[in-house]
Design a protein around this ligand. Sequence first.
Ligand code: SF4
Length: 363
Amino acid sequence: MKYVDEFREPALAHKLLARIKARSTQPIRLMEFCGGHTHAIMRYGLRTLLPPTVDLRSGPGCPVCVTANADLDRAIALAKVPDLILTTFGDMVRVPGSIQTLQDAKAAGADVRMVYSVLDALKIARENPARPVVFLGVGFETTAPTIAAAVLQTQAEELKNLSVLSLHKLTPPATRAILDAGQVAVHGIIGPGHVTTIIGADAWEFLPAGYGVPVAIAGFEPLDILRAVADLVDMIEDGKPAVSNTYARSVTRQGNTTALEVMNSVFHLGAAKWRGLGTVPASGLTFRPEFARFDAGRIFDVDPGPTREHRGCRCGDVLRGTLTPPECPLFGTACTPARPIGPCMVSGEGACAAYYQFGQDGS
Ligand code: SF4
């Protein structure tokens, strides 16, 4: 298959591994920001192929996982508003909030509907003009432009009943927060390919310039990731941090300016609560004042009650990169994909789910 098979070519993988082994002399830790990369790394067993000097560590790049319990509780409280239809991507319904999941709320009578895209929510709103419909806006820069476009469409159609609970988050501020916290030594970042397709490779220049940390933007096939690791090893060994774009078939320096314009026309920067990172300034997207009538957070005054974290769940540490999933005492025992305790075991992009599904070393 074009653009897939050539990025899984074993001979090229061996060449890249040989290059990495030849160049890597010092122990380094590379963080893959994106949960999609974690799954690819585990699926193809890349951790086991790399030399012992190169440690790969998962980061906060799973939007479901980083949604704070307080925000999830708010979504669950919203779902209980009489007559309201809450629409959401599938993974969110199984994530435990402080006392229940959206699935529990649905079982108790709330009208919670899983959708594949915000366009499905738009359709539900058209079909139910007398009922309020809320879309749970969870995602990074890849998702937010589509939500913004749906808001503009809602406005154009003069639909009065669709609103969005915007829990969107931005990736560069989270990376900055992890480095500023200094709890985990990170020598290089494997940059998120899909997000960077939108925001552009230049958005990561602050890492080499301000932190001396190199970045290699990567796609999601094994050769993409090995090439990124090879570039990071080279830059670290040479002491020349920079931004390397190994995903040039999708990523440009400026990104998708149309998508960014749409996103920025509806949303502006605001503080966001991240599981594991706390409140990070200017790391979320909130509605611009002229779009306030689409803001479910303003329209519905709900009381989600006190927030509590799940005893023993170490998702926050996993998302900060201070812990690997198997180091959580509940991993694979009390917490499994069938009975998840934290979101990192629920989500298709969660690090705990990746380690569980593919084995601790992808074996
Ligand atoms: Fe949380 Fe389960 Fe992951 Fe442990 S294994 S950090 S309990 S999601």
